[in-house]
Design a protein around this ligand. Structure first.
Ligand code: GRF
Length: 215
């Protein structure tokens, strides 16, 4: 059986969306947190999902933390690693060890706004749309090939929080969809690109109002 690790640092709403998705229904899941107080752990406990807490503060270096994380994932027989609000930058050796098997969700339409405060930055730039991206993780922060992106309209008078809320609703749709594609092999990392149905895609799949399309 496919074994997924979902890595969280906080609320874990994307983790919940993955756990509740059809794509993950037939998979073994382990939730990993780098903080014992990650709120999402309550949900995992309630659902009886195995949990591993690896407190990053207990490691002297980023490398040491990532080595421990890697070893525990390997020991648990993990096939896929889904980052879901995991607030740690991973080292190149970790990222390379999980090349093609490590997926992240980021709340902007990459390559726009990698890093933090994406929603405020989109508002400040006067953008008319925002969204989220699911991508393969590479050494470049928020820079790996994007599988799918949502398109969410920015409304007049939107605050960053209001926009974040609507983008999050779309995250809960596109992350499970992308997970189903990755697990089934429909989407995969081929060289430095995302391949969909064995064809490299020149731009990410777009998702809007519940529909996805390949452009
Ligand atoms: C989401 O917006 C995700 O895109 C970003 O961090 C946030 C995590 O939210 N990487 P949650 O913990 O999944 O609720």
């Amino acid at each position: 059986m496919t074994h997924l690790a979902i890595l969280i640092s906080g609320r874990g709403s994307n983790m919940q969306a993955l756990v509740d998705s059809a794509a993950c229904a037939s998979a073994d899941i382990t939730v990993v947190a780098n903080r014992a107080d990650a709120a999402g752990l309550d949900f995992a406990h309630q659902r009886g999902i195995p949990v591993a807490v690896i407190e990053h503060r207990q490691f002297a270096t980023r490398e040491a933390f990532d080595r421990q994380l890697h070893e525990q994932l390997v020991d648990a027989g993990i096939d896929w690693v889904f980052l879901a609000g995991f607030m740690r930058i991973l080292t190149p050796s970790f990222v390379n060890a999980w090349n093609g098997k490590l997926i992240n969700i980021h709340p902007s339409r990459l390559p726009r706004y990698p890093g933090l405060n994406c929603h405020q930055r989109a508002l400040d730039a006067g953008d008319s749309t925002a969204g989220a991206s699911v991508h393969f993780v590479t050494e470049e922060l928020d820079g790996g090939p994007v599988i799918i992106q949502s398109i969410v309209d920015i409304l007049p008078g939107d605050t960053a929080d209001q926009l974040a809320e609507r983008v999050l609703v779309s995250e809960h749709r596109i992350y499970p969809l992308a997970a189903s594609w990755v697990i089934s092999g429909k989407a995969r990392l081929c060289q430095d690109q995302c391949c969909f149905d064995n064809q490299p895609i020149s731009s990410p799949i777009q998702w809007q109002d519940g529909q996805w399309s390949l452009t």
